[in-house]
Structure formats: structure tokens, C-alpha cells
Design a protein around this ligand. Structure first.
Ligand code: SF4
Length: 488
């Protein structure tokens, strides 16, 4: 049974689907936001946008492509005046990247303007959208995030914050949300805190504040980390400072464990853990669980590097860069021709024969999605003369789709949902294959073991244990409903 190839334009990775950034009280709010979005580029590369407020009017610039493609010209930043701004990076499933879906979304209300950027996915968006359309709401985009705008618009509460709370109480799903009004910058996280959101400060005494998906966006703008926005918390930043509201009853957090494995940037601190260290610990645990005699430990770059370092240090086998990544493959091949697509991973990776020839190689990667990339990388390593190839994966097998804001193929396309480990190893062409166990993953993150009643993280793509209901998914086998809204 062959792996199922990605569609044209897709690669064989899970994708974080959005990054958000907001700034309050900075002279160069739009430029600061562009820098923050640049640091969050790994969370979405297909579109980006900034909305600023100058004390009188809102200004918006949104475009397809990278932050650098859209915000490097001074005239664009000059067109976004004001000391407050919010921005958004978006990854969209293939074919759905159109300008009307690019965030932040903006709307004028009776109370004034409101810009909203959302990271996550609403799992009752289809039902809500149907109900809203029946009530006469006219949707401008196909994103689930627009549901927030309409729920706020029809709310009978008077203040923006009360309307937002009213909206949040009707949605089901994962969200880290930033909103900008004429009065305040607002951040909100879903009650289980599945997606990250942090609060930073722009400089003691300046009254400047930042909200961002990850701490790596603070360093680039010279802000310091204050704290994570807590699950279920709404943070309101205005001229009086920072206020916190807790409209939901407190629940145990279920942060996305895949952020530690792959999504977050390795130099970020996430929920009190350094991502880089977490990945090294995961690699070390993987070595304890599944080491075999070998001559070199080789990461699949870039994401496999920290785990491979941890693996090498635990096993005592030398770490070598046996695969070199070409960092200059980019927009040129965004719509690949058949010929270029056939070249596959060779565009991005090449084998370092000097390291691999005649060696027993342990390849370390972060995940297997469809298996197509793994298959091609293993073939490349064998062609470079490796005597044995053993593949070690720093996540448990990805057996289920994510409905909380990560672009995952349908379950039927996930290799680990279709084959057992021996079958996967045979298909990928390795001498042995092992994944970290779910308990090993929890151990590596310092949690002892997975709490079966209420696990410490969301790990649904490995276990099928979905912490938030997924009402828009109707089939018992977790096949994705073709959502009326675009999955994002
Ligand atoms: S299902 Fe997986 S990728 Fe999605 S939020 Fe949960 S752990 Fe993260």
C-alpha cells in the first residue's frame, strides 16, 4: 500500500495555521507588528495582515505571501499610522488562499471599529454559521473566524468586552484571539488553552504592551516576557494598564503537545518550558526507549535537529549533519510543475555522502504524516551509501486528524492510521522504525506519566482523545466533514 502523495503545493508536514501579534502604545506600532509577524513566520506563510489605529481611524493592509513580501516597503508601513496595531500570519489549506480570508478581519460596529486575528479552529463554526446566515448575517469570507465578528455584532450587551464574552461563550473550539478596538487591545484564550498566547512588555515605564503567539516575537521587538495568557482568560490592555477577566470556570489546561515537538520555534518559551530543551529531552527519551547499535545520529533538518542532539547525547553515538537543507527553496516553487515536484525532497535536502557512506545511520525526525517525505529521504540516504538506516521519530504515531487549528490530512491519508509499525518500516524502506511512546513523551516533558482521566496536554492526534467536542465532525471514524467554512 503506497503512501498517499500530498496534493500539488502541499508538503508532507503538519502545519501550524496561524500566528498573532498585537501591540499597544508604541510609536512604530505597525513596524513593530511587522517585526513580530516576521518572527512568527513559521506559524503561517501564505498570507499576512496588519490593522493599526491612529486615535481616529483604523488602517489596514493585508496581502498574500510572506511578511517580508508585504511589509518591507516604507510606504506600506507609513500607510499604517498609529500607536496600536494587531497582525496575523495565516497558513491556509491549498486553493483557499484568497485576500478576503486574510486576517485581521475588520468590521465597523455601533461602538466603533474592531479588528480580530485568530489562531485555532472553531469546531462548531458550521452550525453557528448556518444559524447566523439564517438570521440575516452576510459573511464576507469563508474563514471560521468571521463567526466571532457576527456573534459580537448581534450580541445584546452594550460593551465590547461583554459582547466578546457573549461570543466566546457560544463558540466551541480552540482559539487564541487578539482584537483591537479604539479603546483597547484584547487577548483571549480558549478555556483549555490549546493554542499559545503570551503577554510581553515593551519597556518599563513606556506603557507599551505586546500580545503574541510565542516569545520569539518578543525578542525581535525588544519586549520582555511577562507571562502566558492563561487558559480561559481575557486580557484587556488600555491606557489604565492590563486587566484580566475570567468568564469561564477554571478547567485543567490541555495545551497542544505538538507545539513542543514541532510547531513552536525552538527559541521560544512555551508554557514555562524552553522548546529547544524540551525537544532535546524528547530525543533523549527516544534513545532510552528504542536505541539500536549505530555509527551516526543524523537529524532530518531543521525540525529534527534538537531531538537528534538529545538522542546522540543520551546514546553516546556521534551527531552528524548527514542531510543538508537548502534554505533557499521558497516561493519559486510555490506552484510546482510536475518535473519539479518529482524532484521532491531533493530540492530541500541533499545527502552528505562523506558522513553517510558505509555507516549504520539513525535518522531522527519529528513526525510522519503521509510518509512520502520519509520514504524519499531514506532512499536518498541509502543512495549515499548508508549500510543501515534506522528511523526514530520524536512523536508518537500520528493516527488522528487535528481539529484545533493544525492543518492535518484526513485520517485516511495518515500513514500511521493505515499501517502498523512493521508495515510502515517496510514501506518507508528502513531497517527499523520506532516512535517515542506517549508515556515517554510525557516523561520527557517532566510530567511523569500521562494522566489517563484528564491528560496534561492535548494529544488527540496521537490518541484520538479529543479534549474539546468536535460537533462539526459527524462521522464516527473522524473523517473531516467538508466544512461549509474553510478549515484553518
Ligand atoms: S490534536 Fe494534536 S496537533 Fe491538534 S491541538 Fe491536539 S496535540 Fe496539537
Amino acid at each position: 500500500m503506497p503512501p498517499i502523495d500530498p496534493e500539488p503545493g502541499e508538503d508532507d508536514k503538519l502545519h501550524e495555521e496561524c500566528g498573532v501579534f498585537g501591540v499597544w502604545n508604541s510609536i512604530d506600532a505597525a513596524a513593530v507588528t511587522a517585526l513580530g509577524l516576521h518572527a512568527l513566520q513559521h506559524r503561517g506563510q501564505e498570507a499576512t495582515g496588519i490593522v493599526s489605529y491612529d486615535g481616529d481611524r483604523f488602517h489596514s493592509h493585508r496581502g498574500l505571501g510572506l511578511v517580508g513580501d508585504n511589509f518591507s516597503e516604507p510606504r506600506v508601513i507609513a500607510g499604517l499610522p498609529g500607536t496600536r496595531a494587531v497582525g496575523h500570519n495565516r497558513y491556509a489549506t491549498t486553493g483557499d488562499t484568497v485576500l478576503r480570508n486574510v486576517q485581521p478581519l475588520y468590521a465597523d460596529f455601533e461602538f466603533g471599529g474592531l479588528a480580530v486575528g485568530h489562531n485555532g479552529n472553531l469546531t462548531n463554526a458550521t452550525a453557528l454559521r448556518r444559524a447566523l446566515v439564517r438570521r440575516g448575517c452576510l459573511f464576507q469570507s469563508t474563514t471560521d473566524s468571521e463567526v466571532f465578528i457576527h456573534l459580537i455584532a448581534i450580541s445584546l450587551y452594550s460593551t465590547v468586552v461583554d459582547r466578546l464574552i457573549d461570543a466566546l461563550k457560544q463558540v466551541v473550539g480552540a482559539y487564541s484571539l487578539i482584537a483591537l478596538t479604539s479603546e483597547a487591545l484584547i487577548g483571549a484564550r480558549d478555556p483549555l488553552g490549546v493554542r499559545p498566547l503570551i503577554l510581553g512588555r515593551l519597556g518599563e515605564g513606556t506603557g507599551g504592551w505586546v500580545l503574541a503567539s510565542e516569545t520569539c516575537a518578543l525578542d525581535i521587538v525588544g519586549a520582555s516576557f511577562v507571562r502566558d495568557v492563561e487558559p480561559g482568560e481575557i486580557v484587556i490592555i488600555d491606557d489604565a494598564g492590563v486587566r484580566s477577566i475570567r468568564p469561564f470556570s477554571r478547567e485543567k489546561s490541555r495545551f497542544c503537545v505538538f507545539e513542543y515537538i514541532y510547531f513552536a520555534r525552538p527559541d521560544s518559551m512555551v508554557e514555562g518550558r524552553a522548546v529547544y530543551e524540551a525537544r532535546k529531552h524528547i530525543g533523549a527519551e527516544l534513545a532510552r526507549e528504542s536505541h539500536v547499535p549505530a555509527d551516526v545520529i543524523v537529524p532530518v533538518p531543521d525540525s529534527g535537529v534538537p531531538a537528534a542532539m538529545g538522542y546522540a547525547s543520551e546514546s553516546g553515538v556521534p551527531f552528524e549533519l548527514g542531510i543538508i537543507r537548502n534554505h533557499y527553496v521558497g516561493r519559486t516553487f510555490i506552484e510546482p510543475t510536475d518535473v519539479i515536484r518529482h524532484l521532491g525532497v531533493k530540492l530541500k535536502h541533499s545527502a552528505n555522502r562523506a558522513v553517510l557512506e558505509g555507516k549504520r545511520v539513525i535518522l531522527v525526525d519529528d513526525s510522519i504524516v503521509r510518509g512520502t517525505t520519509s520514504q524519499k529521504i531514506v532512499e536518498m540516504v541509502r543512495q549515499a551509501g548508508a549500510a543501515e538506516v534506522h528511523l526514530r521519530i520524536s512523536s508518537p504515531p500520528t493516527t488522528h486528524s487535528c481539529f484545533y487549528g493544525i492543518d492535518t490530512p484526513e485520517r485516511s491519508k495518515l500513514l500511521a492510521a493505515r499501517l502498523n509499525i512493521e508495515e510502515m518500516a517496510a514501506l518507508i524502506g528502513v531497517d527499523s522504525l520506532a516512535f517515542i511512546s506517549i508515556d515517554g513523551l510525557y516523561r520527557a516533558l517532566g510530567e511523569g506519566k500521562r494522566n489517563g482521566d484528564v491528560p496534561q496536554f492535548c494529544d488527540a492526534c496521537f490518541t484520538g482523545d479529543y479534549p474539546i467536542p468536535v460537533p462539526d465532525v459527524t462521522n464516527a471514524d473522524n473523517r473531516q466533514l467538508s466544512l461549509l467554512t474553510e478549515s484553518r
